[in-house]
Design a protein. Structure first.
Length: 255
């Protein structure tokens, strides 16, 4: 895997370059969807003049899966106009094929996309969204008390699933380039390759993180809890099965 060095100023310049040809999204403190987010609640579409990205500690406030399972998502279209040549014919909608760049992703967010790809390996809509979505993530320097990535086979400094993985250093970032989409995002940009000392320091940090057991200890404490208490709570009864399904499943539509 190619590993490069990048300063905060170079990252800011690169982000402005992406805006010229891609839709770029960053975490938003407001979880309400607005028109500019293209049905991505909890995310903000970055515009020229917006302040530089700041990534809060911990996972993103909203799930990155909204870019892979948009709500709603049009599957087919049709018309009933009498004089229309396609009257009553089902047609596939024209979908955007331009790359969308999702910035501020954490390793656990990227891992969730990988795991979702297992049951949806043959789903044409999910796979199309995968092809056009590039994940630009930042590894974690600090683990929260609510984090349990180690127990799920991940790591705070993991780069798996990220097209560009940024790890902080004293003077900027080490950037791990994962695959073709990562290479495309850096096309035409001259960056300094990471030195052997940089790589050794990153590997040492990963080993140190692997020794942490706070996440597994927290999961152990859950064994003593009655996890079905919330599931069986009476507050769910008035909602009914139909409402419950509506709240939890992605919306597909034919228009």
């Amino acid at each position: 895997m190619k590993v490069l060095k990048m300063t905060p100023a170079e990252l800011e310049m690169l982000t402005r370059q992406w805006l010229k040809s891609h839709a770029v999204y960053v975490p938003s403190p407001d979880k309400q969807a607005v028109p500019a987010t293209d049905c991505a609640p909890g995310w903000k579409r970055l515009e020229e003049g917006d302040p530089a990205l700041t990534v809060p500690v911990g996972p993103t406030p909203a799930s990155v899966k909204t870019f892979y399972f948009p709500q709603p998502e049009t599957l087919m279209t049709y018309t009933l106009e009498n004089n229309h040549p396609d009257k009553a014919l089902m047609r596939k909608p024209r979908k955007s094929e331009g790359m969308q760049v999702v910035m501020g992703v954490r390793p656990c967010d990227a891992r969730s996309v990988i795991l979702n790809g297992l049951p949806y390996a043959e789903d044409q809509f999910f796979q199309a969204n995968c092809r056009r979505t590039a994940l630009v993530g930042f590894t974690c320097d600090t683990m929260l008390s609510t984090c349990f990535c180690h127990a799920m086979g991940g790591s705070p400094l993991d780069s798996e699933g990220l097209d560009l993985a940024f790890s902080r250093t004293s003077d900027g970032f080490l950037v791990e380039v994962g695959g073709e989409k990562g290479e495309a995002l850096l096309a035409g940009v001259e960056l300094t390759p990471a030195s052997s000392a940089d790589l050794a320091a990153l590997a040492a940090r990963r080993q140190e993180m692997a020794k942490l057991e706070s996440d597994s200890n927290q999961l152990e404490s859950l064994k003593a809890c009655d996890l079905n208490r919330l599931y069986d709570a009476p507050m769910w009864q008035p909602l009914g099965a139909v409402s419950y399904t509506h709240l939890t499943l992605p919306t597909k539509r034919i228009v």
